[in-house]
Design a protein around this ligand. Structure first.
Ligand code: UDP
Length: 241
C-alpha cells in the first residue's frame, strides 16, 4: 500500500478499488489484517502517543475516513484525494465477499441491531454469507466464544472507538478463523436503518459530520477536536517532528 504521514500517522493513498482488491488478496492468502479508519478525532486524541501511533502504523490499512484528513493531505501536497467512508468500504467488502464465498460475522450495537443489519445486507447482496451476529453489550470473552463457534472469516466490529480497536488488538490471535478485521463504529445502526445516514447531497458535499451533529447534538464536543486538528495542519506542525 502507498502511504503518507499525517501528524505521524500513516494513511493509505490508494483508491478504494485498489484497497478492496488488496483486502481480498489478503483474504485468499489468509494474511490476518486490520483495516483501521482514521479521522481527525482519532488523530488528535492520540498524536502524542507514540505506542498508539506505532500500533496503527504497523497495520496494513489506514483508511482516510474524514474530510479533515483529505484537507491535511492537500495542505502538504499529498496524494489523499478522496475520503473513504468506513461504511462504504464495509458495504463494498460485503458485495465482493459473495464471489469469494467469504463468511462474515457482525458484532456490535444494541440488542437486535446486528441481526437487522444482517437481514438488510442479505436483501441487498444475494447469497451473502453472514454466519453470525452478536450485540455489543455482552462480555467480550463471551463474544469471542460466540464468534469462534462459527466459521466466520471477516469480522466487522461496531463498538465505537477506541473500544473496537482495543477489542481487535486484544483478541486478534484468539479469533483463529478471522482473516479480515474491520472496526466500523456505528455502521450497524445505519445499515439496520435504526439510525438514518445523511442524505446523499450532504455526503457529496462532505457534510456528513454536520448531519450527525444535528441528529446527536452531543457530538459537537467530538467535532471541536477538528478545530485543534486544523490548527496543527495549518501550522504544519508535524513536519517539524
Ligand atoms: N457500542 C457497543 N458497545 C459498547 C459501546 C458502544 O456495541 O459498549 C455501539 C453503539 O451501540 C453504536 C456504536 O458502538 O452502535 C458506536 O457508535 P458511534 O456512532 O459512537 O461510533 P462512531 O461511528 O462515531 O465511531
Amino acid at each position: 500500500m502507498n502511504k503518507e504521514k499525517i501528524l505521524g500517522f500513516n494513511v493509505c493513498t490508494n483508491s478504494s478499488e485498489t484497497i478492496l482488491k488488496n483486502i481480498f488478496k489478503d483474504y485468499m492468502n489468509k494474511n490476518k489484517v486490520v483495516i483501521a479508519s482514521l479521522n481527525p478525532e482519532i488523530i488528535i486524541k492520540n498524536y502524542k502517543d507514540k505506542e498508539f501511533i506505532k500500533k496503527i502504523n504497523s497495520q496494513k490499512y489506514q483508511i482516510p475516513d474524514g474530510i479533515g484528513i483529505v484537507y491535511a493531505s492537500k495542505k502538504q501536497n499529498g496524494k489523499v484525494k478522496k475520503r473513504i467512508a468506513g461504511i462504504d468500504l464495509m458495504q463494498s467488502i460485503c458485495a465482493k465477499s459473495v464471489s469469494y464465498n467469504a463468511k462474515i460475522f457482525l458484532y456490535g450495537a444494541k440488542a437486535g441491531v446486528a441481526e437487522k443489519a444482517k437481514q438488510e445486507l442479505e436483501n441487498t447482496y444475494n447469497n451473502i454469507k453472514i454466519v453470525g451476529t452478536c450485540n455489543g453489550y455482552i462480555e467480550e470473552e463471551k463474544a469471542v466464544e460466540i464468534i469462534n463457534k462459527t466459521d466466520a472469516e471477516i469480522l466487522f466490529v461496531g463498538l465505537g472507538s477506541p473500544k473496537q480497536e482495543q477489542f481487535i488488538e486484544k483478541y486478534k490471535n484468539s479469533l483463529k478463523n478471522i482473516v479480515i478485521f474491520m472496526p466500523i463504529g456505528g455502521s450497524l445502526d445505519v445499515i439496520s436503518k435504526t439510525i438514518k445516514r445523511a442524505p446523499n447531497w450532504m455526503i457529496k458535499r462532505n457534510l456528513e459530520w454536520f448531519y450527525r451533529v444535528l441528529k446527536q447534538p452531543k457530538r459537537i464536543f467530538r467535532h471541536l477536536k477538528l478545530i485543534e486538528f486544523l490548527i496543527l495542519v495549518l501550522l504544519n506542525k508535524w513536519k517539524e517532528e
